[in-house]
Design a protein around this ligand. Structure first.
Ligand code: G3P
Length: 221
C-alpha cells in the first residue's frame, strides 16, 4: 500500500521562505519516515538549499516552464531545477495558471517517473489534465484556498467526483485534494473520498505550533 501524501506548499509565505523555510523543512523531516510521504513545495530561491538539507522529505518546485537552456529570462527551466535537487513539481496551481499545452510540453520534456502534480479547479479541468498523464492531479476549488473550511467538508463531492472522472480517463493518475485542509480529520476524510493525499499551505505555514499541526495531520493514518 502506497503511503498517502502530505504536500505542503510553502508558496511565498514569510514563515516558509529563506531561514524560516529551513525550520519548516526540519519540522516536516521529523515526520517524514512516518505513515505519510512528506513533500515540501518550495520557492525556486530556496530549492537548492532545502533539497540539500532534506533527508526524507521530498522537495518539489512550485512551478516549471517548458523551456530549454538559453534565452528565457525569468523562466523556471526544468533541467536546472532537477540539478538543484527538485524531486518533483506542481504545475497549474490556482495562483499560477498555465494553458493546457504548457502542461503537455512540460510533461514531455521531464524525465520518466519525475513526479508532477497538476492542479485543477474543478472536475472538468481535472478530466482534461488526466488525459496528459501527470503523476498526480490535485483538485482545489479556488474559492476555498486560504480559508478555514476544508474542501472535504465544504464540497466533498468535488473530491469523489474528481477521483471518478480522473480514473475513468486515466487510471494511473493519483488524485489529491486541497484548499482549507487543516487537520487529521480533513486528511482522513480526503482518503475516505478516494484521494491519495492532500495539498495544503496555510494550515501549516500560518500555524502557531507547526509541530503539533504536522503530528495531527498524520495522526489518523
Ligand atoms: O497549494 C495548496 C493551496 O492552494 C491550499 O492552500 O492555504 O487553503 O491550504 P490552503
Amino acid at each position: 500500500m502506497t503511503r498517502p501524501l502530505i504536500v505542503v506548499n510553502f508558496k511565498t509565505y514569510a514563515s516558509a521562505s529563506g531561514d524560516a523555510a529551513q525550520v519548516l523543512l526540519e519540522a516536516m523531516e521529523a515526520h517524514a519516515t512516518g505513515p505519510a510521504t512528506m513533500v515540501a513545495v518550495v520557492s525556486a530561491f530556496d530549492l537548492a538549499l532545502l533539497s540539500q538539507a532534506s533527508e526524507h522529505v521530498e522537495v518539489w518546485s512550485q512551478h516549471l516552464d517548458p523551456v530549454g537552456l538559453g534565452g528565457y529570462t525569468g523562466w523556471l527551466e526544468p533541467t536546472t531545477a532537477l540539478a538543484r535537487g527538485a524531486s518533483g513539481s506542481i504545475i497549474n496551481h490556482a495562483e499560477h495558471k498555465v494553458p493546457l499545452d504548457h502542461v503537455e510540453q512540460l510533461l514531455a520534456m521531464l524525465p520518466e517517473g519525475f513526479p508532477v502534480c497538476a492542479c485543477a479547479a474543478d472536475v472538468h479541468e481535472a478530466r482534461a489534465l488526466a488525459a496528459l498523464n501527470p503523476t498526480y492531479i490535485a483538485v482545489e476549488p479556488p474559492e476555498l484556498i486560504g480559508g478555514d473550511i476544508s474542501v472535504t467538508t465544504a464540497d466533498p463531492s468535488i473530491v469523489s467526483d474528481t477521483v471518478a472522472a480522473v480514473k475513468s480517463v486515466n487510471p494511473n493518475v493519483r488524485v489529491l485534494c486541497g484548499a482549507g485542509v487543516k487537520n487529521g480529520n480533513d486528511v482522513a476524510k480526503a482518503l475516505e473520498l478516494g484521494a491519495e493525499g492532500v495539498l495544503l499551505a496555510s494550515g501549516v505555514t500560518k500555524a502557531e505550533d507547526v509541530a503539533s499541526v504536522l503530528a495531527d495531520l498524520i495522526a489518523t493514518l
